[in-house]
Design a binder for this molecule. Structure first.
Ligand code: PDD
Length: 291
């Protein structure tokens, strides 16, 4: 199993096999919770501050009282890596639900949130990063608060499964033809040397890697345009790419079975990928992969 043995349960460290929840748990029954996925390169967090800040924003939005303060959580997350002696590329999955209580839609009174965190090995997908991936387009049928990283992922699950059944990596979602994001990543179009993406409104998750994409673009002198783009704009795009903590910055080379431009990863996408590798300090640390 590529899950490391020590997990965090509430604010205590435990063995992964000891984690148990009752039938009536609000994450299980209502998807009443929030989560984060944080990238680790060679045993060190990437964008930890950004993820922790977003977790606290999500918690506030859904009125969940987290069982830790920000600084305490960061210390716990770092100790989790030390206790597991994580040296590899990996990801942390962190989830907080409203707690265990008899099934009743309204919030239970005096019930503590349930939190757990585990680490799983995750090698970089070098082949996809280099050659790009395929995507399909799909209607975005999610709710109007997609900026909250909620456990309610059924529309995302359905969309990504549809992509998989078409032999694709991602589903590009749109509301009335206007592209929002992908099922589990943000998405960007490049046209005439400019990057276009959906504005950071309630309709998309404000990706931590998205923050970096904007910074890299600014540094490289590439205009970062948040007016968004439409599904039909993809037909004349020069490049298309996605971003997320697990996928990094990944070229999209086909959409609905049609090539994007010449069907090869584009120059601007590659420049951003280079900036990512430097920023995440990936190439400089040479630690042997043991996963
Ligand atoms: N997904 N949009 C959606 C809908 C996402 O689920 C994600 C992340 C992103 C990118 O966010 P970030 O750059 O902070 O990873 C955008 C994670 C990886 C997941 O659910 O597994």
């Amino acid at each position: 199993m590529s899950i490391y043995p020590i997990i965090l349960s509430q604010t205590k460290f435990a063995h992964r096999d000891s984690l148990q929840y009752p039938f009536e748990e609000r994450g299980l029954q209502f998807g009443d919770g929030i989560y984060e996925v944080i990238r680790i390169y060679h045993g060190e967090y990437y964008l930890l501050e950004e993820h922790v800040s977003r977790l606290f924003r999500s918690a506030e939005a859904v009125k969940i009282q987290l069982p830790f303060e920000k600084e305490e959580l960061k210390t716990l997350l770092n100790t989790l890596l030390t206790k597991n002696d994580v040296q590899t590329d990996a990801k942390v999955y962190l989830q907080v639900t409203r707690g265990s209580a008899p099934r009743e839609h309204t919030f239970p009174v005096g019930v503590a949130a349930n939190a757990y965190v585990y680490v799983k090995a995750l090698p970089r997908n070098l082949e996809f990063l280099e050659n790009g991936v395929g995507a399909i387009t799909q209607r975005d049928v999610r709710w109007e608060n997609c900026y909250i990283k909620s456990l309610n992922l059924l529309p995302n699950v359905m969309a990504k499964q549809e992509a998989k059944e078409h032999g694709c990596y991602e589903a590009i979602l749109n509301r009335d033809g206007f592209v929002t994001e992908c099922s589990s990543s943000n998405v960007y179009l490049v046209k005439n040397g400019e990057i276009f993406t959906h504005p950071a409104t309630r309709n998309i998750l404000h990706g931590c890697v998205r923050i970096r994409v904007e910074q890299f673009a600014n540094r490289l002198g590439i205009p970062f345009n948040e007016d968004g783009f439409s599904v039909t704009d993809i037909e004349t795009a020069d490049e298309l790419f996605l971003s997320s903590s697990t996928s990094e910055i990944m070229p999209i080379v086909t959409v609905d079975d049609k090539p994007v431009a010449d069907g090869k990863p584009g120059k601007i996408t590659q420049q951003l990928q280079e900036a990512y590798v430097i920023d995440a300090n990936i190439e400089t640390k040479k630690v042997e992969q043991t996963n």
